[in-house]
Ligand binder design. Structure first.
Ligand code: FE
Length: 225
């Protein structure tokens, strides 16, 4: 009798597992790592050890301010020093190291040049590989599933959504970053910048232009004043 009592319960347990359907989107569930980071952050805030606003400011600094400014300096140097540009395009690792940019998540770099004939854009279709030493932390959209899949299938459409229309006669090249190889775009130097210093040129370079989702506009009269 004992055996028959147990049997239905065990069967019920198994069938309960079996009916679990996998129609939900696994992508929507935060990764273990994201959950761990969130828990850690909550705990640190709760214990009064860190201030959430300060953390946000720190992330913002690496994502928007400090990180991409390194890449901007590289670009300004390449625009003003043809020999440096040549080294950058043929042996990016050494050329970047000349300016002090090397290290984790940037061990093996390739720099691709935008010209009137070619526009380059960088994506990581597998995850979010990004050249930390020259760009800092990747923006949220770079890590998103739509950017990662659509940039490969419809690069012009994605660029349009960033407000970057690439004429039909310009070739668009998509570079898929990996853990082994990461890319930096050398944007075209904007018109009317002949009189600017290297430092002023660097100030014109945006993060998005270094990923290839934006082009650079000539300096405004306001910006120059
Ligand atoms: Fe990746």
């Amino acid at each position: 009798m004992e055996k028959t009592d147990l049997q239905p319960a065990a069967t019920g347990g198994v069938s309960g597992e079996a009916v679990h359907s996998h129609t939900h989107d696994h992508q929507a569930v935060p990764s273990d790592l994201a959950l761990r980071v969130k828990s850690l952050e909550s705990l640190l805030v709760e214990k009064g050890l860190v201030d959430r606003a300060a953390l946000d400011a720190l992330v913002d600094a690496y994502e928007n301010k400090i990180g991409p400014r390194n890449g901007a300096r590289v670009v300004a140097r390449a625009w003003t020093d043809p020999a440096y540009k040549q080294r950058l395009l043929t042996d990016a690792n050494s050329a970047l190291a000349e300016l002090g940019f090397a290290g984790q998540q940037g061990e093996n770099m390739v720099v691709v040049e935008n010209t009137p004939e070619v526009h380059n854009v960088v994506v990581c279709t597998l995850c979010s590989c990004y050249p930390w030493p020259v760009l800092g932390l990747p923006p949220v959209w770079y890590k998103s599933a739509p950017y990662r899949s659509r940039t490969v299938m419809d690069p012009r459409g994605v660029l349009n959504e960033f407000g970057t229309a690439i004429p039909e006669d310009v070739e668009v090249r998509v570079w898929d970053s990996t853990a082994e190889l990461r890319y930096l775009v050398l944007p075209e130097r904007p018109a009317d910048t002949e009189s600017l210093t290297e430092e002023e040129l660097a100030a014109l370079v945006t993060r998005d232009s270094l990923i290839g989702v934006a082009k650079l506009a000539p300096p405004t009269s306001e910006g120059r004043a």
